[in-house]
Design a protein around this ligand. Structure first.
Ligand code: GLC
Ligand code: CA
Length: 553
């Protein structure tokens, strides 16, 4: 099968969660000055694009994912002019810019919502305002973030729908005027020079007509009525046709509960394609059930099955988005790797996903092996999701220390600590007081120390990204998995134009006997990447803790 080559397949994306990236003005909050000061660092790392988590004005009920103005930059982060400078300076370095497009909902402080409280205003129908039913809420839906999905407004005597927090009000995408607004937002940023969008919970934008009751769940009741809803393809196609087709840009949609088969209806190349890539969650469920908060022991087999299915199903005419971290999950080392073998497991995890077929995404701090942080009491938490889970857990009898222990592992706040730049006070993130405490391990884990160490995780990432760029097989090669039943080793092969590459990853500290797949002679192969300082040329060996090797055959 001839794969269509394009820039977005060849790039590596770096995600910036701006509040915790780098503070340029000493107020304790990351900002665009800080970003500017690190562009050379990012260039040197070898990335090709930055995805910015929301930079827009926001009351921060969900740290930027509650937007009060789609066409401006938050004062916390800078100005629109400063943002233009960031775009120009990034482009000069060959780095593209991707914005977060959050249009399933707006902040309740957005002027559309404020105007919508007038029943006679055209904005009233921008949202789902509904009368109660028999003195009760319009239906039984529950928020995925905060209590019931309906909030009452006594003045209007109506309820509004919020699938996420109370301050994140769902937009009524069935209203053509709302879709025009979305298109104008897209044009605004594309005209300003940005190169694409990461589309937040984009598969939630179409709700089932009549908003029927859902199957009762502890959180998120009703989700079967808005996940991949009836008009989602149609609306995305409209955005593509009216806006995206007119620019050289790219889109990646966030898609909870997505399966490969369904994904193909969105991202298969051709006339019906509505998104370029999709973020699915399946491999992130290899140590939990549905959500990070229902923990289960990590099962490599589950992870491999998820990755391999997506690799197989997309190959040829659709494209994968590859990631193991972002701002919504605890750090990967603490989930799938090992603190004891910090360096080795961080490198192994990098190889494991970046050497697959797809566009890799790296989350800030991942490239230096940042880990989960320490929470001493409930006072250390700041996220609406943590607080909601505290309530849900209390009902199940999980309280106090038990909850603290669970939250310390499960909360996405683990990935939101300031990036550790050096070992000076506050890890060089700010000269002021950081808005969120720095992870106490910054003395050992920081950019400055790793830059000087040729064997560091950071320098390994650089090597790995260069390797991907210089070898088309890593980008375009086919994928074949070996030993899928193993719960300790992840072994796969890539193949492209007669060349073959073998990737071996161990997910354990125990020695595991590895045997080269039949017909493969590793004694003649070239070992191109490894996380231990030894040379091998045998077809059978015992793995070292969290070892990885990449062979070219
Ligand atoms: C997405 C974002 C997450 C946010 C939610 C609501 O899942 O990644 O951070 O809280 O949508 O916007
Ligand atoms: Ca600042």
């Amino acid at each position: 099968m001839e794969i269509k080559k394009t820039w977005y397949k060849e790039m590596t994306v770096y995600q910036i969660w701006p509040r915790s990236f780098c503070d340029g003005n000493g107020d304790g909050i990351g900002d665009l000055e800080g970003v500017l000061s690190k562009l050379d660092y990012l260039k040197d790392l070898g990335i090709d694009a930055i995805w910015f988590s929301p930079l827009y004005p926001s009351p921060n009920a969900d740290y930027g994912y509650d937007i009060a103005d789609y066409c401006d930059i938050s004062k916390d982060y800078g100005t629109l002019d400063l943002f233009r400078t960031v775009v120009d300076e990034a482009h000069k370095r060959g780095i593209r810019i991707i914005m977060d497009l959050v249009v399933n909902h707006t902040s309740d402080e957005h002027e559309w919502f404020i105007k919508s409280k007038d029943k006679n205003s055209p904005y009233h129908d921008y949202y789902f305002w509904r009368k109660g039913k028999d003195g009760k809420k319009p239906n039984n839906w529950k928020s995925v973030f905060e209590g019931d999905a309906w909030e009452y407004d006594p003045q209007l005597d109506e309820y509004y729908l919020h699938i996420f927090a109370k301050k994140q009000v769902d937009l009524n995408m069935d209203n053509p005027a709302v879709r025009e607004e979305v298109k104008n937002i897209m044009r605004f940023w594309l005209d300003l020079g940005v190169d694409g969008f990461r589309e937040d919970v984009i598969t939630y934008i179409s709700k089932k007509e009549g908003l029927p009751n859902g199957i009762p769940l502890p959180v998120g009741t009703g989700l079967e009525h808005y996940t991949n809803g009836p008009h989602v393809h149609e609306y995305l196609e409209e955005f593509r046709r009216d806006v995206l087709d007119h620019y050289d840009c790219f889109t990646v949609g966030e898609a909870p509960m997505m399966t490969p088969k369904l994904a193909r209806t969105f991202i298969t190349e051709g006339d019906n394609q509505v998104l370029n890539l999709m973020f699915h969650f399946q491999h992130m469920e290899s140590d939990c059930f549905m959500t990070d908060w229902i923990r289960t022991p990590f099962k490599l087999r589950k992870m491999k099955k998820a990755f391999s299915t997506w690799q197989k199903e997309m190959y040829g005419d659709a494209w994968n988005a590859l990631y193991i971290e972002n701002h919504d999950h605890p750090r990967a080392i603490d989930r799938f790797g090992s603190r004891k073998y910090h360096k080795q497991s961080a490198k192994m995890l990098a190889v494991m996903y970046i050497c697959q077929c797809g566009t890799p995404f790296i989350y800030q701090g991942q490239e230096i092996g940042m880990t989960n942080t320490v929470f001493r009491s409930m006072a250390d938490f700041k996220d609406v999701v943590t607080f909601n889970n505290e309530k849900v857990c209390a009902k199940l009898g999980i309280k106090d220390d038990r909850f603290l222990k669970l939250a310390s592992k499960a909360t996405r706040e683990n990935s939101r600590t300031p990036v550790q730049w050096d070992d000076s006070e506050n890890a060089g993130f700010t000269t002021g007081t950081p808005w969120f405490p720095v992870n106490p391990n910054y003395h050992e884990i920081n950019v400055a120390a790793e830059q000087d160490d040729p064997d560091s995780i950071l320098n390994f990432y650089k090597k790995l990204l260069r390797f991907r760029k210089e070898n088309e097989i890593v980008i375009y090669g086919s994928y074949k998995e070996y030993y899928p039943q193993s719960n300790e080793l992840y072994v796969y092969e890539r193949e492209y134009e007669g060349q073959r590459m073998l990737v071996v990853c161990s997910f354990t500290d125990k020695p595991v006997r590895f045997t080269a797949p039949e017909g493969m002679d590793l004694s003649k192969a070239k070992l191109v990447l490894q996380n231990y300082d030894v040379v091998y040329n045998s077809n059978v060996f015992l793995t070292k803790p969290y070892e990885t090797r990449v062979y070219m055959l």
